[in-house]
Design a protein around this ligand. Structure first.
Ligand SMILES: Nc1nc2c(c(=O)[nH]1)N[C@H]1C(S)=C(S)[C@@H](COP(=O)(O)O)O[C@H]1N2
Ligand SMILES: [Mo]
Length: 413
């Protein structure tokens, strides 16, 4: 860790900051009785003299914690993970981002079904209960919209938080059935090289997926961090393709059709192709590239004073595992290797941390992730050269945060 001496003068949160946090309560719309009770309970000097609030409600958040799912000004059809409020690597189900093309369907799990047909020996339809009778698999994977980072690339503004910059990626422990198990049950024929996945929403989202991926690690999942999927994340069951574009992970999955060629649906012609600077387009961009984002310090956080501060963030790659993450505090002139406090697991968010002693002068913070294939996040300049000025999807270049002398932190692009 080189010059880092975290035991020397680590700043503790000031009384002023704590009081400001408490002040948030006044403006928040709090309705649940327990939240009200908690909020009204004075903080006693002697806690044994004040009974706690009754526990008549399951798992609600402290009224002092108010993560906001949808940032102001974001269009309908999506909600964004507030990365600046999170620790560790898992995204609570309630804070998982959501992106839907035509609303969230209300699906009764007792009438839900998934049909497998096409180039198969015996077409079959499974109820949800039947899907749950197959041997299950539980794995942690990130899920990222291929449009993630597009806002920050196309229209960077200083008042963008990590949520607005990269809130369309989340990380979840998923439970479900391997698609390979289902394909074995119906007996996929040798000529079947592709599988069409279709959603049961008004948008009827459809994508063609190579058979090879379906057999390797694709899952039909029905649970998210230990409980049933949230409606916005595909309840009661969805497709999950580890490390691949979010849009291919079809929610409210109702049909898998084995085919000899891709269907070339709306989602793989008018959308989800990537225009290149030479005027051609990249047709399929299945895999998500290596990427990282600093989540602290970042807008709207303010550093209270100079001294030791942890620079924290997440890194991920669709090509396997993050090998290491570099952090720069001088705009990219010098780089330091961050620690990975939670280790690195394949195809999932990896937490990084670097302790930084701020001298109180303006500073520019950057993060740069590497993965086990040797891939590294490009600079914005390198990215533009290869992908052009206005790529449609897959925004993976290095981003920056500017710390001003007064401790305010803004997005630097
Ligand atoms: N049926 C259906 N599946 C869908 C979508 C949709 O609109 N309908 N949106 C896709 C897109 S663009 C993304 S990024 C992911 C988002 O998954 P999430 O909402 O669970 O985060 O779902 C994909 N699957
Ligand atoms: Mo997406």
């Amino acid at each position: 860790m080189g010059d880092q001496k975290p035991d020397q003068g680590l700043a503790s949160p000031s009384r002023r900051t704590l009081m400001q946090t408490g002040g948030l309560l006044a403006g928040a719309a709090i309705t649940a009785p327990l939240v009200r009770a908690l909020a009204q309970t004075p903080m006693p000097p002697d806690p044994t003299r004040v009974p706690g609030a009754p526990s008549d409600s399951l798992g609600i958040r402290s009224p002092f914690e108010q993560p906001r799912l949808t940032p102001v000004g974001v269009v309908q059809g999506s909600s964004w993970t507030p990365h600046q409020d999170l620790h560790g690597t898992l995204t609570p189900a309630e804070l998982h981002f959501q992106r839907h093309h035509n609303g969230i369907p209300a699906i009764d799990p007792s009438t839900y079904s998934l049909t497998l047909h096409g180039m198969v020996e015996r077409p079959l339809t499974f109820t949800l209960a039947e899907l749950k009778r197959f041997p299950s698999i539980t794995r942690t994977y990130f899920l990222e919209c291929s449009g993630n980072g597009g806002r920050a690339w196309n229209n960077p503004r200083p008042d963008m938080s990590p949520q607005v910059v990269d809130g369309l990626t989340s990380n979840t422990e998923w439970t479900g059935v391997p698609v390979s198990t289902l394909l074995r049950a119906v007996g996929a024929k040798p000529g079947g090289q592709w599988v069409l996945a279709e959603g049961g929403d008004a948008a009827v989202m459809t994508r063609s997926i190579p058979m090879d991926k379906m057999l390797r690690d694709a899952l039909v999942v029905y649970a998210q961090n230990g409980e049933a999927l949230r409606p916005g994340n595909g309840y009661p069951a969805r497709l999950l393709l580890p490390g691949w574009e979010g849009n291919m992970c079809v929610k409210w999955l109702r049909r898998l059709e084995v085919l000899d060629a891709p269907v070339m649906s709306r989602e793989e012609t008018s959308k989800y192709t990537d225009p290149l600077p030479d005027g051609t387009s990249r047709q399929f961009s299945f895999v998500m590239d290596v990427k990282s984002v600093i989540t602290a310090p970042a807008y709207p956080a303010v550093l209270p004073e100079k001294g030791w501060h942890a620079i924290r963030g997440i890194a991920w790659t669709g090509r396997g595992t993050v090998s290491h993450v570099d952090v720069s505090t001088d705009g990219g002139r010098t780089w330091h290797q961050a620690t990975l406090p939670a280790g690195a697991t394949p195809l999932s968010h990896t937490r990084f941390e670097y302790l930084w002693r701020w001298d109180g002068k303006p500073a520019r913070l950057l993060s740069r992730a590497h993965d086990v294939t040797g891939a590294v996040q490009p600079t914005a300049e390198e990215f533009r050269k290869v992908r052009g000025k206005a790529p449609g999807y897959h925004f993976t270049s290095i981003r920056s945060w500017d710390v001003a002398a007064d401790g305010t932190v803004t997005f630097g692009g």
